[in-house]
Design a protein around this ligand. Structure first.
Ligand code: DMJ
Length: 630
């Protein structure tokens, strides 16, 4: 398989930004050497000589023009901290140094294409007035209340609802995961009754569950339950959050439960002989053990730090943060493949296991937390996380990003046998978290406009933002390509020249990408996952482009049409390529915790959970950025 299509600068239309970073000499020679005469001229040595002569002549003219360079006044020099000796007039060889030195980097500007598309978006959103988005947002809130009503009627206190058989099931250890995952969504939406019901259940039942339940998975329990409790504590005003008025118990109830739970989860770290925690904890015994195959998922071990750090901040007890951060400090020291890591790690040895590299299951949120933990700890000494993130994304672009044929969708594939093995054009829906993470990493939560105005974006940031937008488009096409308008769990992308397998049976025949996206029979299910709407939300906040809102609405409508159950709740599907799609009888907790929350926020204004003040944990629980002063 060809490896000749890495996603790199040549695919990015930011010539404007590239150009603005070049020195005068580079610009002059580029102009000369890219003119029409280039080919003919360079064929003969006289031509080459003439071109050189022109460059030298131009250089001389520029230098002659700049011969009188005035020093800055010493007063100013002191103000900006420079030494007096540095302010001597520039003479002789100094002129040359000045000439060859790169000019100060100017802020990248929007390309003409971007300006046109932005203006179009603004006009479109003017057409669709804000009240319409408010009405749509209300529909999302109604959907949330419908989901909750099914859960409350048939599964209250269970982890998940089985909406078709109208009963509950404990798939996550029995802590009532849906109650806790849904709570902060209800707070954000102002669904007071749900806040009251969920809050009261937590106050009454959760302490007993934490003390009495058996085995839970460290990662799932941290991101859903611990994350949900911490966010509820903050949003209910526990640490002067933004929504001080709420129904339900005192905020301290959430923090006490969080602490009690985390004290037990900590055994996963302390029982392990390395810095990598065991995957499972037995809550009532306060003990921990490895998974049956002895391995931890890399993403799981590296996706608990936001939650443990915030708990340490709130309680003043450093032990949670210390244990969790050891994982990332340890992974920093391990050999990687251009910043990319295998999806398994051995808690006995502390080393990676196998060569399988992917940004889908078991790999995904490792990359997400590198940048988010750094953002959470802004201003402190965690710059190694930012460096790891930057290196990893370079690796993603170089080794994993390709374009499909015939229509050039940009996608992220896998290296199941490492860098030396073959490339697999497989992309899990889970990878659709990446556009949002890339956009966040580029602007650090600011709008693109502001980041550009303040000259905060490097060329690489621009490149990552462009990749984010391309990947978001691919993710939305994974929905549009099926008959139901809902994405499959996994898609393969056509990278062969010539005919493909002809797209999914029962695919949406109006999709231009039928030949680019292949959906295998075993991968046609949909678990109501949030990753695409998560990225649409982040990209909308950052770019202001209303197409992301329109795409989110399309997805919401498809959920409404095919997954809503009249008696209450929404269900996962078995096959998104047939109409009507076969149904699966499960409402995952993240449908309330993440999917509906992100769609709701997509239609909200940017002051609701601003992206430069909060980081969302991987289960969409907003956690405030830790203030610098403490
Ligand atoms: C969620 O539990 C989290 O987003 C996790 O990081 C990945 N999988 C699910 C949602 O799909």
């Amino acid at each position: 398989m060809s490896k000749s299509l890495p996603y790199s600068m040549k695919d990015v239309h930011y010539d404007n930004a590239k150009f603005r970073q070049r020195s005068v000499s580079q610009v002059v020679s580029q102009v000369l050497l890219t003119s029409n005469g280039k080919r003919d001229c360079l064929k003969c040595s006289t031509g080459k000589f003439l071109v050189l002569l022109m460059i030298c002549g131009l250089a001389y003219l520029v230098l002659a023009n700049k011969s009188a360079v005035h020093p800055v006044s010493s007063g100013m020099a002191k103000n900006d901290g420079s030494k007096e000796g540095e302010n001597l007039p520039i003479h002789g060889s100094g002129r040359f140094r000045r000439f060859w030195r790169k000019p100060p980097r100017l802020p990248p500007r929007l390309s003409p294409d971007e300006i046109i598309s932005r203006n179009r978006s603004i006009q479109e959103s003017m057409k669709r007035k804000e009240p319409e988005w408010v009405a749509r947002q209300q529909k999302v809130k109604d959907a949330f209340i419908h989901a909750w009503s099914g859960y409350k009627a048939y599964a209250m206190g269970y982890d998940e609802l089985m909406p078709l058989s109208r009963r509950g099931v404990d798939g996550l250890g029995g802590l009532g995961a849906t109650v806790i995952d849904a709570l902060d969504t209800a707070m954000i939406m102002g669904a007071d009754e749900v806040v009251y019901e969920a809050g009261s259940w937590i106050e009454k039942h959760l302490p007993g569950r934490i003390e009495g339940k058996g085995q839970v998975n460290l990662f799932e329990t941290t991101i859903r339950v611990l994350g949900g409790l911490l966010s509820a504590y903050h949003l209910s005003g526990g640490d002067q959050g933004r929504i001080p008025e709420h129904k339900g118990p005192k905020p301290s109830v959430y923090l006490e439960n969080a602490r009690n739970l985390a004290d037990r989860l900590l055994t996963a770290f302390t029982a392990s002989p390395s810095d990598i925690p065991y995957s499972d904890v037995v809550l009532r015994e306060k003990s921990a053990h490895p998974a049956p195959d002895g391995l931890s998922s890399t993403a799981e071990a590296a996706t608990v730090q936001l939650e443990f750090n915030y708990l340490s901040y709130l309680t003043g007890d450093a032990k949670y943060s210390v244990e969790a951060m050891k994982v990332l400090q340890h992974i920093k020291t391990l050999p990687k493949v251009e910043g990319l890591v295998p999806i398994y790690i051995n808690p006995q040895s502390g080393h990676f296991s196998g060569d399988n590299i992917r940004l889908g299951s078991r790999g995904d949120s490792y990359y997400e937390y590198l940048i988010k933990v750094w953002l959470q700890q802004k201003g402190t000494n965690f710059s190694y996380l930012y460096d790891m993130y930057v290196e990893a994304i370079k690796g993603v672009r170089h080794l994993l990003v390709r374009k499909s044929t015939p229509n050039g969708l940009v996608f992220v594939g896998e290296l199941p046998y490492g860098k030396e093995g073959g490339f697999s054009p497989k992309m899990d829906h889970l990878v659709c978290f990446l556009p949002g993470t890339l956009a966040l990493g580029a602007t650090k939560g600011l709008t693109k406009e502001r980041a550009m105005r303040e000259n905060l974006l490097t060329f690489e940031d621009m490149e990552n933002l462009k990749l984010a937008e391309d990947l978001a488009k691919t993710c939305i096409e994974m929905y549009s390509v099926t008959s139901s308008g809902l994405a499959p769990e996994i898609a393969y992308f056509n990278i062969e020249q010539g005919d493909s397998e002809g797209g999914p049976n029962g695919g949406n025949k109006s999709s231009k990408y039928l030949n680019d996206i292949i959906i295998k029979p075993a991968d046609r299910h949909n678990l109501l996952r949030p990753e695409t709407v998560e990225s649409l939300f982040v990209l909308y906040r950052i770019t202001g482009d209303s197409k992301y809102r329109e795409w989110g609405w399309q997805i919401f409508e498809a959920f409404e049409k095919y997954t809503k159950i009249d008696s209450g709740g929404y269900t996962s599907l078995d096959d998104v390529t047939v109409i009507p799609p076969r149904r699966r009888d499960k409402m995952e907790t993240f449908f309330l915790g993440e999917t509906l929350k992100y769609i709701y926020l997509l239609f909200s204004n940017s002051t609701t959970i601003p992206l430069d003040e909060y980081v969302f944990n991987t289960e969409a629980h907003p956690i405030p950025v830790i203030p610098r002063s403490r």
